[in-house]
Write a protein that binds this ligand. Structure first.
Ligand SMILES: Cc1ncc(COP(=O)(O)O)c(C=O)c1O
Length: 400
C-alpha cells in the first residue's frame, strides 16, 4: 500500500515558488540577483489597516470566529459588492477564507466529482489546474493567443464546453498575462455561458483594483445578471490592499454553495484568523485613497517595462490592461545560442539561461500553460525594473 495519496501524483509544485527559491539560493551564494517572480505588491499594508488589527488584539478579538467569518466582515463584503460591482448579496451568501486560494480550493472541493471538467483559459494562474486535479476534477485548457491579447474568444469557449463541464474558471485581470476583459468582451463570453445552463462560473477578481488608463473593470454577474444563480464571485484583500501575508480572501454566491464551502471549512481551518478579519473590515470599509495612488505607481512601472522589453532583440511584449504582470514572448530567441553556449530550445531554457547569465529571475510561460513566453512581475521598484530590463536587453543581444 502506497503511503502517499494517489491525488499527489496529479499535482506539481508551484513553478513561481520554485523560481523565487532558486533566486534566493543564488543570492545566498553572493550573486547579484533581481527577482521578478513574486506575485505580491512591494508596498506595505496601509497604516489604518495595521492599526485596526492592533486594536482588535487589544480588544481581545483573539478567539475562534464563526466559520464563514465575523458578521462585521461579511457585512463589509456585502457593501463592497454593492458599492463597487452593483451586486446584491446577503451576508449569508458570503464566505471569508484564509486567502483567495482557500476560497477557490473549497469551491472545487465542494463541487467536483471524478470526471467533472473545469474549463481553464491559458495562460492560467498556476494553482487552478492543480487545485482542480487535487479535488478529483479534470482541467480542460483552452488556449488564447498573443495576437488576441491573451483573451479567450467566445467561439473557443463554446467549443471547450461539454456535458461534463462543471465550471468555467475566469480571471480578469489575469495572472500571468495582465489581460483584462472589457464589459463588451466579457458580455461576448457570458452570452456563450447563457447557452449552457449546466456550467457554473468561478470568477477570480483578485486584481479588480489594478487596472490602468481608462480601462473599466467588469465581473460576469454584473455584465449578465442571469448568471447570478450559478456564479461564485471571488475576491480578496491580498493584492489591492498589500495584505498578502494576512491571508484573507472572500466570495459571494448561491447559498447552497456557500453552505457547502462553510461545511468544508468547518472541518478544515474553522475559519480565517480573527485579527486578520478585523484588518480586512478596515480595508473594505476604511479609506480607499491609496488604491489610486498605488495604481499610478504600477501603471508607470508597466509602461517602463513594456517599453524596455520591446527594445530587447527577439522579445515582443504587449501592454496589458491590469494586474502587475507582463507576459512577453521570447519566440525570437528560440533556436539561438546563449552566452553559456547552450542552445535555447524552450522558454524554460530562456529563463534559466537569463538567470545564470544576468541574475534576473522570471517565470517561464510553460508553467502557466502557454509559451514560449515568460512572466515578469513588476511589483518591485522602478530602479530594479530598469536594471533588470537593461540586463534582459544585454542578454538578448548576446544570444546569437
Ligand atoms: C489570480 C490569483 N488568484 C488568487 C490568488 C491568491 O490570493 P491569496 O493570496 O488571497 O490567496 C492569487 C495570488 O497570487 C492570484 O494571482
Amino acid at each position: 500500500m502506497a503511503f502517499l495519496a494517489d491525488a499527489l501524483s496529479r499535482v506539481k509544485p508551484s513553478a513561481t515558488i520554485a523560481v523565487s527559491q532558486k533566486a534566493r539560493e543564488l543570492k545566498a551564494k553572493g550573486r547579484d540577483v533581481i527577482g521578478l517572480g513574486a506575485g505580491e505588491p512591494d508596498f506595505d499594508t496601509p497604516d489604518n489597516i495595521k492599526q485596526a488589527a492592533i486594536e482588535a488584539i487589544n480588544r481581545g478579538e483573539t478567539k475562534y470566529t464563526p466559520i464563514s467569518g465575523i458578521p462585521e466582515l461579511r457585512e463589509a463584503i456585502v457593501r463592497k459588492f454593492k458599492r463597487e460591482n452593483n451586486l446584491d448579496y446577503t451576508a449569508a451568501q458570503t464566505i471569508v477564507g484564509t486567502g483567495g486560494k482557500q476560497i477557490l480550493f473549497n469551491a472545487f472541493m465542494a463541487t467536483l466529482n471524478p470526471g467533472d471538467e473545469v474549463v481553464i483559459p491559458t495562460p492560467y494562474w498556476v494553482s487552478y489546474p492543480e487545485m482542480v486535479a487535487l479535488c478529483g476534477g479534470t482541467p480542460v485548457f483552452v488556449a488564447t493567443t498573443q495576437e488576441n491579447k491573451f483573451k479567450l474568444t467566445p467561439a473557443d469557449l463554446d467549443r471547450a464546453i461539454t456535458p461534463k463541464t462543471k465550471w468555467f474558471m475566469f480571471n480578469s485581470p489575469s495572472n500571468p498575462s495582465g489581460a483584462a476583459y472589457s464589459h463588451d468582451e466579457l458580455k461576448a463570453l457570458t452570452d456563450v455561458l447563457v447557452k449552457h445552463p449546466h456550467v457554473w462560473i468561478l470568477t477570480d477578481d483578485m486584481y479588480e483594483h489594478l487596472t490602468y488608463g481608462d480601462f473599466k473593470f467588469a465581473t460576469p454577474v454584473e455584465v449578465e445578471p442571469t448568471l447570478y444563480d450559478r456564479t461564485l464571485t471571488m475576491n480578496g484583500v491580498s493584492k489591492a490592499y498589500a495584505m498578502t501575508g494576512w491571508r484573507i480572501g472572500y466570495a459571494a454566491g448561491p447559498l447552497n454553495l456557500i453552505k457547502a464551502m462553510d461545511m468544508i471549512q468547518g472541518q478544515q481551518t474553522s475559519g480565517a484568523c480573527s485579527i486578520a478579519q478585523w484588518a480586512a473590515v478596515e480595508a473594505l470599509n476604511g479609506t480607499q485613497a491609496f488604491i489610486p495612488e498605488n495604481k499610478k505607481i504600477f501603471e508607470g512601472r508597466r509602461d517602463l517595462v513594456v517599453s524596455m522589453l520591446n527594445q530587447a532583440k527577439g522579445i515582443e511584449c504587449p501592454s496589458p490592461e491590469g494586474a502587475f504582470y507582463v507576459y512577453p514572448s521570447c519566440k525570437g530567441l528560440i533556436g539561438k545560442t546563449a552566452p553559456s553556449g547552450k542552445v535555447i530550445e524552450t522558454d524554460e531554457d530562456f529563463v534559466s539561461e537569463l538567470l545564470e547569465s544576468e541574475g534576473v529571475a522570471v517565470v517561464h510561460g510553460s508553467a502557466f500553460g502557454l509559451g514560449p513566453n515568460f512572466r515578469i512581475s513588476y511589483a518591485t521598484s522602478e530602479a530594479q525594473l530598469e536594471e533588470a530590463c537593461k540586463r534582459i536587453q544585454r542578454f538578448c543581444a548576446a544570444c546569437k
